[in-house]
Design a protein around this ligand. Structure first.
Ligand code: TXA
Ligand code: MG
Length: 329
């Protein structure tokens, strides 16, 4: 169900959830001040409570209300990259619900740059918790029609066109003078470094990030509606037999994420991506969804030689997790 801005704000005020466009992917949003809405986010997505939500704010002034620290690294990075696809993870203030942080001491915050998202935040006058608007473990949505299909039209969606970045924000944990990338995104390590150096902010890359500090890292994620196979090596005529065999040996579920196993594999579509990583990120999820709906039984992706530049990292990371299995031939 497509709703307009005023309807969306009214629903959010009434403790409901609404899917909103952002420049990265569409988010399933609920007011951070409504426990009912926060619970509904987890229920609708079938998301486990151990996976924390990102808080979306209108600006960095708002962000500071929800943390107990704002170290120079956070100031420099948000000054430069906000509004935009960067999430900073900092010590939370007491008013941030444990539901949002999965009981952790830190909260992930970002200021999106999509004008519709910013408009909702401004009108609502409350930050929004918003995970990607897809079922747990599945492909993230970059168009309103993706959200409509994912939840059979049951979730209200605010139209915002195709997400221009196409993959989720870079998540950065900041611990005093140390930082670590918890999830790669379109803002790369070198981009963060260059801003910190330019502003003469002392920093060190944190080497050991505890597993508890970086939750939400399931082996599988972003999975399309049919098996995706990551193939390294030459694709020959015997590939189908290999795919059948490998799929038959997989479990039906890994860490709560269902692996889709059709009764037989007879054919596949080849996932092709544009040569520009920026363009590839933009179309990645729409392509996975499109091929998921084609009449074939499976999808095959084979990384190409030009995909070695660092800009490809966040895209390949998602494809690795979206794959049922990585096969070396
Ligand atoms: O681009 C994005 O970030 C999108 C749009 C909607 O803003 N949101 C998004 O949310 O990707 P979600 O829920 O699909 O991914 C959130 C991930 C978590 O799985 C976890 O890896 C990390 O962000 N995260 C969030 N809060 C955290 C925290 N307090 N500590 C560590 N990691 C956190
Ligand atoms: Mg997600």
């Amino acid at each position: 169900m497509i709703v307009n801005l005023d309807q969306a704000v009214t629903m959010l005020r009434a403790h409901d959830v609404v899917a909103i466009p952002t420049e990265t992917v569409y988010g399933l949003a609920g007011s951070i001040h409504s426990e009912q809405a926060l619970r509904k986010i987890f229920e609708v997505k079938k998301r486990p409570y151990f996976d924390p939500l990102i808080v979306h704010v209108e600006n960095s002034f708002e962000a500071r209300k929800y943390v107990t620290e704002w170290p120079p690294i956070a100031e420099a990075l948000t000054q430069h990259f906000w509004p935009g696809p960067l999430t900073v993870v900092l010590r939370k203030s007491p008013e941030v619900s444990d539901l949002i942080t999965a009981g952790l001491e830190r909260v992930g915050i970002r200021c999106p740059r999509h004008p519709v998202a910013l408009e909702v935040l401004k009108k609502l006058k409350s930050p929004l918790a918003a995970p990607s608007a897809n079922l747990f473990g599945r492909t993230s949505p970059t168009q309103s029609s993706h959200v409509e299909k994912e939840f059979s039209g049951l979730v209200p969606v605010l139209e915002g066109g195709s997400s221009e970045v196409g993959i989720e924000s870079t998540v950065v944990l900041i611990d005093d003078v140390e930082l670590a990338i918890l999830r790669p995104g379109s803002i790369l390590k070198a981009d963060l470094e260059s801003i910190l150096l330019k502003n003469e902010i002392p920093f060190k890359w944190k080497v050991n990030v505890a597993k508890t500090e970086a939750p939400g890292h399931m082996k599988h994620h972003y999975m399309p509606s049919k098996p995706l196979f990551w193939i390294e090596g030459h694709i020959g005529p015997d590939l189908i037999n290999r795919l059948r065999l490998e799929l038959s040996q997989l479990p039906v579920e890994v860490e709560g994420v269902q692996i889709i196993k059709p009764s037989s594999i007879n054919n596949y579509d080849l996932l092709k991506l544009p040569a520009s990583p920026r363009e590839a990120a933009r179309v990645l999820y729409a392509e996975l969804r499109r091929l998921g709906e084609s009449p074939t039984d499976s999808i095959v992706f084979s990384p190409e030689a030009f995909m070695t530049e660092s800009e490809w990292n966040p895209i390949l990371e998602r494809l690795r997790k979206a794959s049922s299995i990585i096969i070396k031939i």
